[in-house]
Design a protein around this ligand. Structure first.
Ligand code: INI
Length: 164
């Protein structure tokens, strides 16, 4: 029996792309800083000159899928992280934006075979969003951990494929 799982300790070869929505950037900037903190503490070079990490900004969560698709198709990244905040109080088209972001990202991930971490908060109000972006805990940290696990897991799967 083979147990196939990712690790958190072999990040040195990973290349990660992060796509962040500017809409509600009070929240998304905090998610990004939690994310970068976690990646840095797990050995990812997060400096300006890093060739392990790229950060792309888009206007809102609706645009996350198309830019993720573009990045995924470069073949450069083992894993992508998307960060957004869709807040119900702000707009009646909350449901549209949230649904298009989630469906779009799932489709891109399936089509390209690149795992995409879904770091889009969907909340009833700004208070709830801020609580998840640092006031209580910072989910950006969790999204980074999930990216490390998935990036590593994809490497394990690739090595299994080439050894069969
Ligand atoms: N984008 C978000 O990321 N969060 C939101 O809460 C939001 N609201 O409320 O409208 C939002 N809208 C912008 C949308 O993502 C697009 O950027 C815009 O419609 C242009 O295509």
């Amino acid at each position: 029996m083979a147990t196939i799982e990712g690790r958190f300790t072999d990040a040195s070869n990973l290349r990660i792309g992060i796509v962040v929505a500017r809409f509600n950037d009070l929240v998304t900037n905090r998610l990004l800083s939690g994310c970068l903190d976690c990646l840095e503490r797990h050995g990812i070079d997060t400096t300006e000159s890093s060739d392990q990490l790229d950060v792309a900004w888009v206007p809102g969560s609706f645009e996350l899928p198309v830019v993720s698709q573009s990045l995924a198709r470069t073949g450069r990244y083992e894993v992508l992280i998307t960060l957004g905040a869709v807040i119900k109080g702000d707009t009646p088209h909350f449901d549209v934006v949230a649904a298009e972001a989630s469906k779009g990202l799932a489709a891109v991930s399936r089509d390209t075979g690149i795992p995409i971490i879904f770091g889009v908060l969907t909340t009833d109000n700004m208070q709830q969003a801020l609580e998840r972006a640092g006031i209580k805990s910072n989910l950006g940290w969790s999204y980074a951990l999930q990216a490390l696990e998935m990036g590593s897991l994809m490497g394990v799967l690739k090595s299994k494929k080439s050894s069969t």
